[in-house]
Design a protein around this ligand. Structure first.
Ligand SMILES: C[S@@+](CC[C@H](N)C(=O)[O-])C[C@H]1O[C@@H](n2cnc3c(N)ncnc32)[C@H](O)[C@@H]1O
Ligand code: SF4
Length: 480
């Protein structure tokens, strides 16, 4: 994000903006700046292009020169080929006045605050400075406002996901107010999934009671590493023993599924350490674990340490691969856990992760809260501040490419599923590129499916992005 802002503004203006952000916090400053700064607004419209990762040595052609470590890097290819028009707020609200289409529907709620900042993080969040009463009231007002629209109240939602930042950073009474408002204003389907992202140090028994009371049934806990070395590097609270004790207690008291996030490939991480992380996930019987390779993002404390020479990041793809494979192998070797997505391993019959399935299958997402993004039908929505949102057209091509990129996040790609979203000429281009990947042993195939090999899982985001580029090149004349 910060790198994209820097590119958009140029060095001098970026330096001025950074000073303001350091003083007042990202959310405050960007919210105001976006009202007046055209360059920044244009950048936000295309900010889902991703980037900002360090360069790694790679495979023989440039599609695989830098390993893409997250899904965000795979989307936005079409913005280089097609112009999208802006929608007005009135057009968006008109859409909200109508019924939803027959697609999975998600509500994403963003809390852009944390009480402690992790070294690697440049997500849309800032350190809390004062009370969150006002923000909690703002969310309540948003649920009340949107709950009145036909799009929301004519059909139950499948998924609600509170992301961050840290959505458990509120005081217990604030959390109760927010969750109560969700349940009063939004109908959830019978088999709904209701997730909160959290960290262990800002959960307590009272808050857990509130989560249980309002039907939260999935917690996504940022653990990042169980090893003392990793936890210190990431600036996480508690050591390994306390983290394990708290996770055990959480499993006892929380009525829903407990899932965690792991980041591997911190400097000098050993294979034993990553294997130990996987072993503990099995021992604690957790529902699932994400496993992200550490990214150095501009604007994070880690990036400042790297720039100042205080931390050395070895760009060693072989080591990254070794750690990746060791983690996957240890977690899946009993057959109880399986790769659900490129960066997620789940226990069979446990974490369904409906949130990502809905989003990756082209579902709608109603975004609520500062920093939230989503889309309703053909309108992309970005909430920049309490007052300001952007609405941008998702053309038929954008929607198709989003779905395709979403389906490429799964280890099995069903051919019929792809045929359902592509026309004949699009499918020909798709099959051409997938055939190339089969030749490179990134995939195997039978008559029904493509299957990602372990190379394919490791390089999955690169494959997806290069596939979209190949298709866009074949379908459209490049405009810029
Ligand atoms: C939306 S975040 C935040 C969740 C929660 N606030 C926490 O403390 O973990 C979701 C996950 O993205 C991953 N992540 C964030 N920044 C990353 C980075 N620089 N490199 C790799 N993974 C990252 C982390 O595993 C994190 O838990
Ligand atoms: S990783 Fe989570 S807790 Fe840490 S700073 Fe980022 S959003 Fe906050």
């Amino acid at each position: 994000m910060m790198e994209a802002i820097k590119n958009a503004l140029g060095e001098e203006d970026f330096a001025k903006l950074s000073k303001k952000i350091e003083k007042k916090g990202m959310t405050m400053v960007l919210g105001k700046e976006l009202l007046t700064n055209k360059k920044l607004r244009k950048m936000m419209m295309t900010s889902h292009k991703g980037g900002g990762e360090k360069r790694l040595e790679g495979k023989e052609n440039n599609e695989f020169e830098i390993r893409l470590k997250s899904h965000h890097n795979s989307s936005g290819v079409l913005d280089e080929y097609l112009e999208s028009r802006k929608f007005t707020e009135e057009e968006f609200l008109r859409k909200m006045d109508g019924p939803p289409k027959n697609v999975p529907r998600v509500i994403y709620v963003h809390t852009p605050y944390c009480d402690k900042i992790c070294s690697f993080c440049n997500l849309n969040r800032e350190q809390i400075n004062g009370s969150l009463d006002e923000y909690a009231d703002f969310l309540v007002a948003e649920f009340e406002k949107y709950g009145k629209y036909r799009y929301v109240n004519s059909k139950p939602f499948n998924v609600i996901f509170f992301g961050g930042g840290t959505p458990t950073v509120y005081k217990t009474y604030q959390m109760e107010k927010i969750l109560k408002s969700v349940r009063e204003n939004i109908d959830l389907a019978e088999d709904y999934e209701f997730t909160l992202e959290t960290t262990l140090h800002n959960l307590n028994d009272e808050k857990l009671e509130v989560l249980n009371k309002y039907g939260v049934n999935r917690l996504s806990v940022g653990i990042q590493s169980f090893s003392e070395k990793g936890r210190e590097f990431y600036n996480r609270t508690y050591g390994k023993t306390e983290v394990m004790r708290r996770l055990r207690k959480l499993k006892e008291k929380f009525k829903g599924e407990v899932c965690i996030d792991i980041i591997y490939n911190y400097p000098n991480q050993s294979v034993e350490e990553v294997v130990e992380d996987a072993r503990i996930i099995k021992e604690l019987d957790l529902g699932s674990s994400s496993f992200y390779s550490l990214m150095v993002h501009q604007g994070s404390d880690l990036s400042k340490d790297v720039d100042a020479g205080r931390v050395k990041m070895l760009e060693n793809l072989r080591r990254e691969r070794l750690l990746h494979d060791a983690f996957v192998e240890e977690l899946t070797n009993t057959g109880e856990y399986y790769p659900l997505e490129l960066t997620k391993i789940a226990k069979k019959g446990r974490d369904e992760y409906q949130y990502i399935k809905a989003r990756n299958n082209g579902g709608d997402t109603l975004p609520i809260g500062v920093g939230a993004g989503g889309k309703i039908d053909n309108i992309g929505i970005f909430r920049m501040s309490k007052e300001l949102s952007f609405f941008i057209e998702k053309t038929v091509h954008h929607t198709t490419f989003d779905k395709l990129s979403g389906l490429m996040q799964f280890p099995i790609v069903e051919k019929q599923g792809i045929k359902n979203i592509l026309n004949d000429s699009e499918y020909t281009l798709f099959a051409e590129k997938m055939g190339e990947y089969v030749g490179k042993e990134l995939l195997t195939e039978d008559k029904d499916n493509y299957y990602l090999t372990s190379d394919g899982i490791f390089w999955g985001n690169n494959m997806s992005k290069a596939l979209l580029r190949h298709m866009a090149d074949g379908l459209f004349k490049k405009q810029i």
